[in-house]
Design a protein around this ligand. Structure first.
Ligand SMILES: Nc1ncnc2c1ncn2[C@@H]1O[C@H](COP(=O)(O)OP(=O)(O)O)[C@@H](O)[C@H]1O
Ligand SMILES: [Mg+2]
Length: 445
């Protein structure tokens, strides 16, 4: 992309309504615009990041054997009356009636709808296990939408639902989600810690929230610092290997890590004092096993191998895709702007032409632009007639992980400069070497 052809409406001033860095930077970098309270339009660069996150989520869910689909945003109230949640959900649910006076709602989640789909088409244990998911906009009429996309009213969520014959099978699905979520966040360059969460009225031990540590998080968290040293790396995972998945689950849940809802002072005091941490976290996902909570009232049953009709065991598993854009920025920025991790950067590399109109500089930039594009390295080329300072400020704000700076003086010696956004370190090298280096960096991402 050439900047002169792009739509990047940068704000020079800090918007007064933004209280936290991610909200401020998303507005300043022209990623989003507020449409109404808690509802945003995603401008091209914001949309690009959102799509990258969606792609990672899709890849990791499908790797785990889960099937993508798409359910609508608008749902009939009838199903929610059946499960009993139409009344329970309260004011967070946006209720609508259509021209025929039918009660509809903008879905805040999809347990009822997916259970209805399941019960209408699955009848035998032989069709199990089954996990379906989609990535779709949700609406929750939050009392206090705030912090931009972090607590919106309309937000994008991946929600997945498993259907299993037994509790044991459903816990295998739980572990598949646990491990696929670890992989997903790590690929995005995020450290999200699974923490034991509150099962709500149904209780049980089977819910974990994944939290990104950040001062601006809304959850209080307590953990053993050793949990932050765990990394997934490039382990080979066989998602059908129950014992293998259980071992990973055990590894991550052994150190103490809980949200305030389940925090236990006595247990926490057993953690060596030097390792005890208390801080704030952003919830970027949650997994849940809830047994037959919906399958019983909604009559989602299968015939088991002895001919009995039994309600299926279910769980639901969410990732806050649009919130993740904010969480990523909270975890990766400095006073000059965003610092995208390589795995999610909207543009992998920026090209800065220090002297637009100079024959040599223009030709070198064009060469790099074409070469990087051909290698799939998605460059953004600042080809505006602007001062170098303004170009650097733009690159820093939008957070390309790598920048190649091209100017007539360097070119006389046959070099350009490759700079890391994160460390600020620069190195001079030939344009060809810079291209190879960038290709090499992204080969492992
Ligand atoms: N208002 C919101 N704005 C943005 N993302 C949200 C919002 N509410 C929930 N999410 C995201 O969706 C994920 C799954 O939602 P869920 O666990 O059902 O939400 P909650 O914990 O708020 O009840 C959460 O982990 C979070 O990342
Ligand atoms: Mg939650």
């Amino acid at each position: 992309m050439r900047l002169t052809k792009y739509y990047l409406p940068i704000l020079k001033e800090n918007p007064a309504e933004a209280q936290i860095a991610s909200h401020r930077l998303m507005l300043r970098a022209g990623m989003i615009r507020q449409a109404s309270a808690g509802i945003y339009s995603w401008l091209p660069m914001g949309f690009k990041v959102l799509r990258r996150l969606e792609n990672i989520v899709h890849e990791e869910q499908q790797r785990a054997g889960h099937l993508p689909m798409l359910m609508p945003t608008l749902q009939s109230a009838d199903l929610w009356k059946e499960s009993g949640r139409y009344e329970d959900y309260g004011k967070e649910m946006l209720r609508i009636s259509d021209r025929h006076g039918r009660d509809m709602l903008y879905g805040p989640t999809n347990e009822e709808l997916i259970t209805d789909i399941f019960r209408n088409s699955v009848g035998s244990y032989k069709d199990l296990p089954l996990t379906l998911y989609h990535i779709q906009w949700k609406f929750r009429d939050e009392v206090r939408p705030r912090f931009g996309v972090m607590r919106g009213r309309e937000f994008l969520m991946k929600d997945g639902y498993n259907f299993d014959l037994t509790k044991e099978d459903a816990l295998h699905a739980y572990n598949r989600h646990f491990v696929s979520y670890l992989r997903t966040y790590e690929r995005m360059g995020l450290k999200a810690i699974p923490m034991r969460a509150d099962g709500g009225p149904i209780g049980g031990d089977y819910t974990h929230e994944f939290l990104v540590l950040a001062d601006t998080g809304e959850s209080d968290v307590f953990y053993d610092s050793t949990v932050t040293d765990l990394t997934f790396g490039d382990r080979e995972i066989d998602f059908s290997d129950r014992a293998g998945l259980q071992a990973i689950y055990d590894e991550w849940t052994k150190p103490y890590a809980r949200t305030d809802e389940t925090h236990d002072d006595a247990l926490f005091s057993e953690v060596p004092e030097a390792q005890r941490r208390q801080s704030k976290g952003i919830e970027v996902g949650q997994i849940f096993y809830f047994g037959t909570k919906y399958s019983e009232p909604m009559n989602a049953v299968v015939v088991d191998d002895s001919g009995q009709r039994v309600p299926v065991h279910m769980g639901s598993h969410g990732i806050g895709v649009s919130r993740l854009v904010g969480a990523l920025i909270e975890a990766n920025h400095d006073e000059n702007g965003i610092i995208w991790p390589e795995g999610v950067a909207p543009f992998k590399v920026g090209i800065v032409n220090l002297k637009q109109g100079d024959t040599d500089a223009d030709a070198a930039c064009e060469g790099l632009y074409k070469g990087l594009t051909a290698k799939g390295l998605d460059p953004i080329y600042d080809d505006r007639e602007e001062r170098a300072g303004a170009k650097f400020a733009t690159m820093d704000l939008i957070g390309c992980p790598w920048r190649i700076t091209v100017g007539p003086r360097g070119l006389k010696n046959g070099v350009v400069e490759l700079t890391s956004r994160r460390t600020g370190e620069s190195e001079e090298m030939s344009p060809e070497a810079a291209l190879d280096r960038v290709a090499q960096i992204y080969a492992g991402v």
